[in-house]
Write a protein that binds this ligand. Structure first.
Ligand SMILES: Cc1ncc(COP(=O)(O)O)c(C=O)c1O
Length: 377
């Protein structure tokens, strides 16, 4: 799916220089590289505070902890997402309250969030899935009405926009992952928390180092959630190349959409966005391939972290996957099981039909910087 060796080849020299700089500095933990990276990424995103952390899963945990989520609290989030979104809630003793997905962009149904808010709701997590922002306005309006913080899980969506606003700047806090497959991937693990609120930023900084501002004097219980100097140095190199990389992804997505339409008759899954409840999905006969849909009437900016199609009908997705594998095209399934159907979350007996359908029908095709030209459909 992703040829990271090829992707890094053009700036191999810069990465080796970054490695030598850290090696020669003798500083490996929370030093000048992390500080510089935090300044540079905050400026790139356009957010006052950016805190480098261990990974995207811990970033969500820290954001939830910063807004006070604890045992018994409810947190509204999608069920069709990576496990970490809901996993972080449960790690703090909270309860994820799931929302179904929209058939347009596969993000959470923004119009259903308000109805889930209750006396125990402590936060809302909006995930920007596959590189495209969730429809934030209805979520932000509902949250504001009830005084509830919104966390944007932007792990897959660095650089995405909703109505001109960058992912990670719209909610109370934003969280990002630098896992190698992400828009900005490091050579290992890394994550980020963003916020405009200086008090929350200070809290996350403390939680990152066992809740202590002054070493060995602990104001709260945090953990070791530090971003490594070496990873920060690599991220600084890759950040310089992020804009052209995002543009390349966009162009790759355009060519894939055209190729799938022309050669396989792939269609748009829907005529207009249903994030707010209106619109009817197209009736798809078995085997029909649905293309990824860019939501919000052109007011969003997709970053194509993943290029995810959908194949209608029982077994259609798996048959296509086998056909592509025979041609040497690697694919991936994000995600074969929604979170409410996972063994460790089976206590939730509600059904989320769109999420369950997506887990049986979606297939991610290679979109990475160097693989698309080589894909023969
Ligand atoms: C939506 C989402 N949230 C959180 C994460 C967790 O990030 P990490 O793997 O860096 O812990 C991921 C990573 O795949 C993700 O896709």
């Amino acid at each position: 799916m992703l040829d990271l060796v090829a992707e890094h080849a053009p700036y191999r020299g810069e990465l080796l220089t970054a490695f030598e700089r850290v090696l020669d500095s003798g500083r490996f933990v929370l030093g000048p590289e992390v500080e510089a990276f935090e300044r540079e990424i905050a400026a790139w995103i356009g957010v006052p505070h950016a805190i480098g952390v261990s990974n995207g899963s811990d970033a969500i945990l820290l954001a939830l902890q910063a807004v006070g989520v604890g045992p018994g609290d409810e947190v509204i989030c999608p069920t069709y997402t990576f496990f970490a979104t809901a996993g972080a809630v449960a790690r703090l003793g909270g309860k994820p309250i799931f929302v179904d997905s929209a058939e347009c962009c596969y993000n959470l149904r923004a119009d259903q969030v308000a109805a889930k808010i209750g006396p125990k709701t402590k936060a809302i997590i909006a995930v920007h899935l596959f590189g495209q922002c969730a429809d934030m306005d209805p979520i932000l309006t509902a949250a504001k009405k009830h005084g509830i913080p919104v966390i944007e899980d932007a792990a897959q969506a660095l650089g995405a926009k909703d109505k001109g606003r960058q992912a990670g700047t719209m909610g109370t806090l934003g969280t990002f992952s630098f896992f190698p497959t992400k828009n900005l991937g490091t050579l290992g693990e890394g994550g980020l928390v963003t916020t405009a609120d200086p008090d929350l930023a200070e809290k996350v900084r403390k939680l990152r180092v066992h809740g202590a501002k002054q070493k060995y004097f602990h104001e709260m219980i945090g953990g070791n959630f530090r971003l490594h100097e070496l990873q920060a140095a690599f991220l600084r190199v890759k950040l310089k190349h992020l804009n052209p990389a995002l543009e390349k992804r966009r162009l790759n997505a355009e060519s894939l959409i055209k190729a799938l339409h022309d050669k396989w008759g792939a269609v748009m899954p829907i005529d207009s966005c249903v994030c707010q409840g209106q619109g009817t999905p197209n009736e798809a006969s078995p085997g029909t391939i649905s293309l990824p849909f860019s939501c919000h009437s052109g007011e969003g900016e997709h970053t194509w972290n993943q290029f995810v199609i959908r194949v209608a009908g029982e077994g259609g997705r798996d048959a296509l996957r086998e056909k592509l594998a025979a041609k040497g095209v690697q694919t991936e399934i994000y995600y074969p099981r929604a979170i409410h159907e996972q063994e460790c979350f089976l206590t939730s007996r509600r059904s989320f039909p769109v999420a369950s359908m997506l887990s049986k029908q979606t297939l991610a095709l290679p979109i990475s910087l160097y693989s698309v030209e080589g894909v023969s459909l």
